[in-house]
Each structure stands twice: as C-alpha cells, then as structure tokens.
Design a protein around this ligand. Structure first.
Ligand SMILES: [Zn+2]
Length: 204
C-alpha cells in the first residue's frame, strides 16, 4: 500500500519541498543502471540541481528583473540587441535546444537597460519550451515592459532531440520570428531589423 505521503498529488507541492533526486535515482535503475555505483552515487543530486537551474525561469518575476531599468528618452530609432545566447529544454523530450536570439524594439517614450534584454530571454528560456513559444513570449514580454511602437525577435536553434536521435539531422536547425506592432505593420521597419541582424543577407 502506498504511504499516506505518496498520496499527496505532486502538483500541490512546491518543487523546493520535493526531491527530484529521488526520482532520478529511480530513473537510473529503470534505465538498467546501478544507481549505487561510484560514478552515479551523487548523480541524482546533481541532476536535481541542474534541472532546478534549467527551469528557474518559472520562479523569476519579469517586473522584478526589469526593476528600475526603464528610462524616459527622446529616442525613436531602433534598438537592437544581437546574438543573445540562450539555452532551453524542449518540452517534448526534455532535451536541450540552444542558439542565439536577436531582439529589437522601436521606443515610444522609454528605453530599457540593454543588459536587461538577455535577462528577459533567460526568464522564458529556462523553462520547458518550444522554440516558437519562446520567441513569442520574449517579444510579448518586451512589449509589456517597455511599451514600444513595436518589437521584433528572431531566434535560431539547434535541437538535441533532433541531432542526437538520428532523425531529420538535416533539419536540426530552425529559425523562428515574432513581429509585433510596427515590426509587423511596416515592411521597412522589419527589413531594417533583419538587415541589421543579418548583414550578409543570408540566414534570416
Ligand atoms: Zn524535442
């Protein structure tokens, strides 16, 4: 018979209160490994720590991260932050996907501290994701906190679930984009953004 403790649905417990390590130890056994052997003895705790870090975006608060880093300015040219490295986990296989993101916006009244943009990317990358939603969520978050005329995001990715499993290797790189406001409505704005992140006129 299951212990009364095991009857509590996991979803009602905070991650902090529950050991992921125990599940990993069981997983190792089910994969045919001996979780007690030297090399694996501390692995469950390490995986626990790693997974908490890789999903820490769930516990981040967008507005806390932005803090006071919004500044009123009279600047209405495009702001572009290029080549933001990110690492995420695909929600279908819990395997990594990673790549670079380019984020741009057209200020209305405010600009945001440039270092905050990569931190906004991490809020959404450090979760179980699909590349399309990650791209969209970053665009919507910048729109929400900066309230600009528009936002453009381009994201490229390499997916381990495709690279490692020997399927569709030739399609293992994917590019997604999200265009809001002026980036969606004005062809020139969109083209300016794409030419800035892609000077060679290649990938995007
Ligand atoms: Zn996958």
């Amino acid at each position: 018979m299951a212990s009364p403790k095991a009857a509590v649905p996991l979803s009602f417990l905070k991650l902090e209160e529950h050991s992921v390590a125990r599940l990993i130890r069981e997983l190792l056994g089910r994969l045919g490994e001996d979780p007690r052997r030297d090399g694996l003895a501390r692995t469950p705790e390490r995986v626990d720590q790693a997974l908490r870090f890789l999903t820490s975006g769930y516990r981040m608060n967008l507005h806390q991260i932005v803090g006071g880093a919004l500044f009123e300015v009279k600047y209405d040219e495009m702001v572009v932050v290029k080549d933001i490295e990110y690492f995420s986990l695909c929600e279908h296989h819990m395997l990594p996907f990673f790549g670079r993101m380019h984020v741009a916006y057209l200020p209305r009244k405010k600009v945001i501290g440039l270092s905050k943009i990569p931190r906004i990317v991490d809020v959404f990358a450090r979760r179980l994701q699909i590349q399309e939603r990650l791209t969209q969520e970053v665009a919507l978050a910048v729109q929400e906190v900066v309230d600009p005329e528009g936002v453009g995001v381009v994201c490229d990715a390499r997916h381990f679930c495709m690279m490692m499993r020997g399927v569709e290797k030739q399609h293992s790189g994917a590019i997604t984009s999200a265009m809001l406001g002026a980036f969606r409505d004005r062809k020139e704005t969109r083209h300016e953004f794409l030419s800035l992140v892609n000077p060679a006129g290649g990938k995007y």
